[in-house]
Design a protein around this ligand. Sequence first.
Ligand SMILES: *Cc1c(COP(=O)(O)O)cnc(C)c1O
Length: 370
Amino acid sequence: MAYTFNPPKRYLMGPGPSDAHPRVLKAMASPLIGHLDPHFVTMMDQVKDMVQKTFLTQNNLTFVVSAPGSAGMETCLANLLEPGDECIICINGVFGGRMAEIAERCGATVHKVMTPWGKVTSEQQIKDALNDCPKPKLVALVHAETSTGALQPLEEISKLVHAADSLLVVDAVTSYCGVPLKVDEWGIDAIYTGSQKNLSAPPGLSPVSFSPRAVEVLENRKTKVQSWFLDLNLVKNYWAGAKRAYHHTAPVSAVFAMHEALNLVMEEGLENRWKRHYEVHDYLQKELEALGFSYLVDKAHRLPNLNSVYLPDTIKDEAALRTQLLNDFNIEVGGGLGDFAGKIWRIGIMGESCTYNHVNMLIGALKQIL
Ligand SMILES: *Cc1c(COP(=O)(O)O)cnc(C)c1O
């Protein structure tokens, strides 16, 4: 017996994935070619070039991990950390916590800088942490904490980290292609992101980039990276253009889709795309506040593309309301995580989901229900 499966047409306004452009979906449906086919190799070179341009980096070691954002996180940490290393990890939500968990599994001693959810890590906290641990191998922060909607300033912290001769590792999964992110200008040494947030490609791929300083650390490792699949000494040959050697089989269709999604970013222009996220956010914020929603994060550190909001007091059952939005209006919004479960919504306006039409649809549906 064969099963039929026809996914409904949803409007994705949660923490990811976001809606995909028809051109991206069409690219996914292209005929398969071999991953060592010269056409595929040429396309991968173009993907690398566009990832460098969207990260605003010249880093040669720039590539895409064949796995989701969490694997990009693990790639950065597992390649830079060795057993016995010390590192500083800033935690103000779910994803900082995940980084600490991975770093511990790499055998590193983790100094955690804890900040209440919804707030950002301050320069003073980094100074204090560097007093307690003056020579960490790396300092890691989440640029856009998707569990809370907080946007972490990085430039001043980067100076402190480099003055301590340490590497700056950044999670840019939800900031990439949505808000300003300048890898070289900000001195980021290792960065990872995901395909399914502001880039609006299908989930399952993770662009990553390492600075020359990070590459040096990688090359001077005393021990082998404990993960074979994520070991960059092996992976990098897979992204070496014509010299490409078999490492694993790339998810060919997903890379087609990412290539087209990157093309769309290049056509729009990175800065226009950042601007669009802020403009649509301003409109969404005005409409939500008029309905009685209020923001969790202070205006100064508010992420435009992931809106964390408390619900109006009149709404007693937020989960039932989200179910109604999904079932009756095909609109997906995210619920809260951790301490905020049942208390907040996380409304994503990312990439293709960042349009006035999406906002009008959501606000119209809410008005009708309420
Ligand atoms: C979504 C997300 C991740 C994890 O990405 P996956 O593709 O779900 O593995 C990591 N960090 C942040 C900030 C995220 O928003």
